[in-house]
Design a binder for this molecule. Structure first.
Ligand SMILES: NC(=O)c1ccc[n+]([C@@H]2O[C@H](COP(=O)([O-])OP(=O)(O)OC[C@H]3O[C@@H](n4cnc5c(N)ncnc54)[C@H](OP(=O)(O)O)[C@@H]3O)[C@@H](O)[C@H]2O)c1
Length: 262
């Protein structure tokens, strides 16, 4: 049974450690923050804005002032290098260490690639590729000092064409970047892996549902609860995955495995 908020599960080695989860104001990122907190980790919540964008009345699971390990909230647009530099300086000043960096934040236009305006393309690359590279660059020293772990959150668009989803090719590039980091940072004691999530009902998903009408024909069992993605991230963050480096773990309830069955 999952521990209640504030109780700790103390996953091997995670108790007392610090995680920064980008884009944890809502959706999958929020579930990841909650899971790592339940495992005993101190959590740096992060979003674009200073205030949580969770719907009013819906408290953040792991929020500043809640019982259990420390939780603090930070704001930064990861597409802007100077904001990433400030973010990591604030995390360092607040917690003094960083053990786990979860690269979850994403933002992208939903349109065919031939329709992308220059500003769409810039946002696509600045937030989803450059932003993540800035984060790792700025976090590297802290991660090396802690024997840290990087976990990137990818999507099935990295391997299957998905209509009006130009984020897919960028996710593919990021999965390759994870392999790069694993090799470059492995000798320095830092592991890097990815979780490729299937279909998860979040704010972003509401837009996809309008574009991919076939989604409505999928059985409910095809949808991945955010907590299942969070469990996989927690595994890759913990010592239980110490033998895993440079890999992408697909968490899609088998959806991609049976794509061509019907
Ligand atoms: N939903 C799915 O079906 C699905 C499937 C596979 C993979 N994924 C991946 O899972 C991750 C989370 O997806 P989600 O559906 O939970 O997304 P979401 O509900 O749209 O939440 C996105 C999060 O990213 C933050 N963010 C966006 N742009 C940012 C920026 N420039 N700087 C800093 N933070 C930024 C948002 O912060 P604000 O609240 O401040 O805007 C928010 O916390 C993404 O990487 C996504 O590609 C999602």
């Amino acid at each position: 049974m999952r521990p209640a908020m504030g109780e700790t599960n103390d996953e091997p080695g995670l108790g007392g450690q610090v995680a920064l989860v980008t884009g944890s104001t809502r959706g999958i990122g929020q579930a990841i923050a909650r899971r790592l907190h339940a495992a005993g980790m101190q959590v740096a919540l992060h979003g674009r804005q200073a205030t949580a964008s969770a719907p009013a009345g819906e408290p953040l699971a792991a929020s500043p002032g809640s019982p259990g390990p420390r939780v603090e909230r930070f704001a930064a647009d990861i597409g802007r290098k100077e904001e990433v530099v400030r973010l990591l300086a604030e995390v360092r000043a607040t917690f003094g260490r960083l053990d786990v960096l979860v690269l979850n934040a994403a933002r992208a236009p939903f349109k065919e690639s031939w329709r992308l305006l220059e500003r769409d393309l810039r946002q696509l690359l600045e937030v989803n590729l450059m932003g993540n590279v800035f984060l790792v660059q700025q976090a590297r020293e802290l991660l090396e000092a802690a024997g840290g772990r990087i976990v990137f959150v990818s999507s099935l668009g990295s391997r299957f064409m998905s209509p009006q989803y130009p984020l897919g090719p960028v996710k593919a590039a990021m999965e390759a970047m994870v392999r790069q980091w694993a090799e470059e940072l492995g000798p320095r004691g830092v592991r890097a892996n990815a979780v490729c999530a299937g279909l998860v009902r979040t704010d972003a998903f509401k837009t996809l549902r309008r574009l991919w009408t076939g989604l409505d024909r999928l059985p409910e069992a095809a949808f991945v609860p955010p907590e299942e993605v969070a469990d996989a991230v927690c595994f890759l963050a913990s010592a239980a995955s110490r033998g895993v480096n440079g890999q992408t773990l697909v968490v899609d309830r088998g959806l991609s495995n049976r794509l061509l069955r019907e």
